[in-house]
Write a protein that binds this ligand. Structure first.
Ligand code: 13P
Length: 337
């Protein structure tokens, strides 16, 4: 697949209901996931697991892009092909996480600022040579007592915009991810407020650095109550408030919004996305960029055993297909059985 324009890459990734597989867990995060199935997080196990996903027949019609971690973009499969080649052969574009994680924001015990700008230009240039067509940078915003502060939001969105400019200079589409964490007992209104302030600030900074919005993908959280909130929201409330929040500040020319799952269950992530697309009335594609919500069933089916590979691939294929249908507003609960 050859692309000459950033906007063509971005549009390909979210074309025809396709979305993104986030498989860019850092090694410590991958260890956390593997611990839940009592599998050692060795380089070989990480490779085997990801190869299983990337070669599942759930890839071809449902996944337009795969986000990789530094280790994975350099890895070869057991057969000798690079994992990047396997992703391309299965119809998706390889992307790469380029942020370097979180550090405390101005000595705060909770608020963080995402790092990684210092040598970003050189790293992006290398990743482009390794075949990456897009990149991801995740900013993390907490809701809590007096939080998020506007200073923390602005510092993170400024860094996201600087990152986006550098990724585009190197010929790659930036995925800009301002994640408002779902952890906490906050209300859906609190999440709306923090999400709205973050996305507004993000597009102000993207404009001020002259980032090409037509060659950018937004990866936001959905607007939901905190996991420990006493007040649960209906699927319709989540869908309507998320659409309203995006409409406030996301420009029409953005090709796509690809949500993170952020701790929602597999079914919740699918159901909310489907409802938004059933409601409709927005100019961008609304799609998915799920990590846990695309991988949980596959991980549980795999259990680190070669003999479970086919079952794990089928579990992943099912979630990928369900989310594609959700991106088209064509999912229904009976399809899950
Ligand atoms: P989750 O869908 O598990 O939140 O992961 C998406 C992601 O890439 C977070 O940066």
């Amino acid at each position: 697949m050859e692309f000459t324009k950033l906007t063509d890459i971005a549009n390909y990734i979210v074309s025809e209901g396709k979305g993104i597989l986030a498989a860019d867990e850092s090694n410590p995060t991958c260890k956390k996931r593997f611990d839940t199935i009592s599998v050692e997080s060795s380089e070989e196990n990480r490779r085997d697991y990801r190869e299983l996903l990337f070669t599942s027949n759930g890839m071809r019609d449902n996944i337009g892009g795969v986000i990789l971690f530094d280790e994975t973009i350099r890895q070869k499969s057991a057969s000798g092909a690079t994992l990047v080649e396997l992703i391309l052969a299965n119809g998706a574009l390889p992307g790469i996480k380029v942020d370097k994680g979180l550090k405390p924001f101005r000595e705060s015990e909770v608020e963080t600022l995402t790092e990684g700008l210092d040598d970003l230009d050189e790293r992006c240039s290398e990743y482009a040579n390794l075949g990456a067509k897009f990149t991801k940078w995740r900013a993390v915003i907490n809701i809590g007592d007096g939080m998020p502060t506007q200073e923390c939001i602005d510092a993170n969105m400024d860094a996201l915009a600087q990152y986006a400019k550098i990724a585009q200079k190197n010929g790659m589409v930036p995925i800009v991810e301002p994640e408002i964490l779902i952890n906490g007992s906050h209300s859906i209104e609190d999440c709306y407020d923090a999400t709205s302030r973050s996305i507004k600030s993000l597009f102000d900074y993207l404009n001020s650095y002259d980032v090409d919005i037509t060659g950018t993908i937004l990866k936001p959280n959905m607007v939901t109550p905190g996991l420990d909130s006493e007040h649960k929201a209906t699927v319709k409330e989540v869908a309507e408030m998320t659409i309203r929040c995006l409409k406030e500040s996301v420009p029409d020319e953005l090709p796509g919004v690809a949500f993170l799952s952020g701790g929602q269950t597999e079914i919740e992530s699918t159901e909310h996305l489907d409802m938004m697309n059933k409601i409709g009335g927005f100019p961008w594609k609304l799609s998915f960029s799920y990590g846990r919500a695309l991988q949980q069933s596959a991980l549980n089916a795999w259990l680190g055993k070669a003999e479970n590979k086919v079952a794990a691939q089928a579990a992943f294929a099912h979630r990928a297909e369900m989310n594609k249908l959700a991106s088209l507003g064509q999912w229904s609960a009976d399809l899950e059985n």
